[in-house]
Design a protein around this ligand. Structure first.
Ligand code: S3P
Length: 472
């Protein structure tokens, strides 16, 4: 018997994602037309920042539309451990009473950031100039990811780090007090590294600057401004220079978190690929640093329109309508990568159904995400019968021109939510069902994914389709 995965995808969480039950396989079967409106969860990047900045501010920050996924719940638990008072009211709004800049208390136990690279790296920046010692731990995926990209610049403030070999978690840090302000040129296009340095600068005397040769998502800059920080952004020949003047308080504010474009990517691509589909997604964040996938899909021939464009709380927002249309292959410009960095797994799925060849390069960063997304996608696509060519820095995929891919494979998701969701979308366009070995990581970013896709007409259920067919 197959059943919908209401309980498997629920948001039940105690702030310790590592404590969740074992793997829960899911499988997706070829789908009829997807139709309807989907209310997406709040943006993950903005949700993390709203809790962290509110937790460092003076006064009461009120957040509506917060993503209640495991990653953000881990950030809430971390900020509580640092002394912030955080609770949810009966209307679903979150209230955060902060400690003031530099006012964190020393956590009594290790802080568990679960699966979240954004959570741990931004938190390290925020704690780097507070006179406390803290230990950070995470799940197997997070413990394999490089932290040197943040410990190196943060050490320049005077922060001390003791990490596992290869600058990996578990890691213990002691904040700099007094701190040195820092000027840092980003060696890698990373909003997490940029944000970590700027957040450390909040409690350093004088000016801390980040030089960003390639623009990345700018939620930290926008939101720090809303919290009253002294922050400036100047375009120069070297790139964007962002400067924060430290040792000033942040003032609590009200935040409405828009819908997450990185979660929208899954129903958008599903609607593009499944004949007869028309899906509406209200209130999606349209920050230019986040919508490279939409630009790419439009170049591939997608039928996507944006309605009711507006500004909400300093961020552009709109309603996205995606309809089925035949796609063709494209070469994705390398400089677009930062604006769609989390969307390559689902772009590869779109490419698998497009006519002709899609080429993506300049993507070394994908090898250090929740999993090595180039290796895991390449292996999984090939197992589903898709023609893939591997490069060290990208993939080239030759699609089926709309015909179903063979499918019938079981995919190892390596604790990566976006790998799991991408292959479930591919399963909607596959002749034989596709199983993902573990759907649990989807709870980190899109807890209602299975139910929400089901409401549009998708057929995603618990269990291993391959074992079930062997057993029948
Ligand atoms: C994020 C930045 C990106 C992105 C991540 C969220 C952020 O990471 O992949 O999901 O909120 O700052 P990098 O900074 O490593 O590119």
């Amino acid at each position: 018997m197959q059943k919908r995965t209401q309980h498997a995808m629920s948001t039940a969480n105690n702030g310790n994602p590592a404590a969740q039950a074992g793997p829960s396989p899911l499988h997706a079967t070829q789908s009829g037309a997807l139709t309807g409106t989907m209310m997406l969860p709040g943006d993950k990047s903005i949700s993390h920042r709203s809790i962290m900045f509110g937790g460092a501010a003076i006064g009461e920050t009120v957040v509506s539309g917060l993503l209640e996924g495991e990653d953000v719940l881990a950030t809430i638990a971390a900020m509580q451990a640092l002394g912030a008072d955080i609770h949810k009211d009966d209307d679903g709004r979150w209230h955060v009473w902060g400690t003031g800049v530099g006012g964190f208390k020393e956590p009594e136990t290790a802080i568990d950031m679960g699966n979240s690279g954004t959570g741990v790296r931004l938190l390290m920046g925020l704690m780097a100039t507070s006179p406390i010692t803290a230990t950070l731990i995470g799940d197997a995926s997070l413990s394999s990811r490089p932290m040197g990209r943040v410990t190196r610049p943060l050490a320049q403030f005077g922060t001390a780090f003791h990490a596992r070999e290869g600058d990996r978690l578990p890691l213990t840090m002691t904040g700099a007090n007094p701190a040195q302000p820092v000027t840092y040129k980003l060696p890698v296009a990373s909003a997490q590294v940029k944000s970590a340095v700027l957040l450390a600068g909040l409690n350093a005397p004088g000016d801390t600057s980040v030089i960003e040769p390639i623009a990345t998502r700018d939620h930290t800059e926008r939101m720090l401004k809303a919290f009253g920080a002294a922050i400036s952004v100047v375009e120069t020949d070297e790139g964007r220079v962002i400067t924060v003047s430290g040792e000033r308080e942040l003032e609590a504010c009200t935040i409405n978190v828009p819908a997450d474009p990185s979660s929208a990517a899954f129903p958008i691509v599903a609607a593009c690929l499944v004949p007869g589909s028309e899906v509406r997604l209200p209130g999606v964040l349209l920050n230019p640093g986040r919508i490279g996938l939409i630009t790419t899909l439009l170049e591939m021939g997608a039928d996507i329109s944006i309605e009711n464009e507006r500004d909400e709380g300093g961020e552009p927002v709109g309603d996205i309508v995606a309809r089925h249309a035949p796609l063709h292959g494209v070469t994705v410009p390398e400089d677009r990568a930062p604006s769609m960095i989390d969307e390559y797994p689902i772009l590869f799925v779109a490419a698998a159904l497009a006519k002709g060849r899609t080429v993506t390069r300049g993507l070394e960063e994908l090898r250090v995400k929740e999993s090595d997304r180039l290796a895991v996608m390449s292996e999984g696509l090939r197992a589903c019968g898709v023609a893939v060519e591997d490069y060290q820095d990208g993939l080239a995929i030759t699609g089926t021109a709309g015909a179903a891919v063979p499918g019938g494979a079981k995919i190892a998701t390596h604790l990566d939510h976006r790998i799991a969701m991408s292959f479930l979308v591919l399963g909607m366009c596959a002749a034989a069902p596709i199983t993902v070995d573990d759907g649990a990581p989807i709870r980190t970013s899109f807890p209602s994914f299975v139910d929400d896709m089901g409401a549009l007409g998708a057929d995603i259920v618990e269990g291993d389709a391959i074992m079930e067919s062997e057993g029948s």
